[in-house]
Ligand binder design. Structure first.
Ligand code: ADP
Ligand code: MG
Length: 140
């Protein structure tokens, strides 16, 4: 297995409930290393650009509004098989279907307000990391 990096976002519903540390601990306990981290407040336009791939989906407007509703914490997670590992720790998109012990099972409020984002492939991880972080911010 290769050491990979993936992009994680702790979403507004989670930062609002002071869950940043609890969620970060779940990543670290799973063997992922937080190699970059910052708290930012996205504009609706920035959220729209980030989620551009979902532009045709019916929940796109709602998703962009939600992501710009309060601060988020964007992080780069590094580790063996980090993309798949992070998706495993996150749990299913819909918290009703998320497995016990996952972030979304523990904390998500709904299919929309589901506490975390994680890249879905190594290729998208590279694009999403570059969206939020410069090379200078990735110190390992
Ligand atoms: P994931 O975040 O698990 O990769 P998707 O990429 O399919 O899921 O969707 C992106 C985000 O859009 C979800 O995390 C969630 O916040 C929101 N979303 C997905 N499906 C719905 C839905 N049916 N209704 C409202 N919001 C949704
Ligand atoms: Mg996705």
């Amino acid at each position: 297995m290769a050491v990979e990096r993936t992009l994680s976002i702790i979403k507004p519903d989670a930062t609002a409930r002071n869950l940043t540390g609890a969620i970060a601990k779940m990543f670290e306990d799973a063997g992922l290393r937080i190699v970059a981290s910052k708290r930012i407040h996205l504009t609706p336009a920035q959220a729209g650009k980030f989620y551009e791939v979902h532009a045709e989906r019916p929940f796109y407007g709602e998703l962009c509004e939600f992501m710009a509703s309060a601060p988020v914490v964007v992080q780069v997670l590094e580790g063996e098989n980090a993309v798949a590992k992070n998706r495993e720790v996150m749990g299913a998109t819909n918290p009703a279907e998320a497995a016990e012990g996952t972030v979304r099972k523990a904390f998500a409020l709904s299919i929309g307000e589901n506490s975390v984002h994680g890249s879905d492939s190594a290729e998208n991880a590279a694009i999403e990391i570059a969206f939020f972080f410069s090379g200078l911010e990735l110190v390992g």
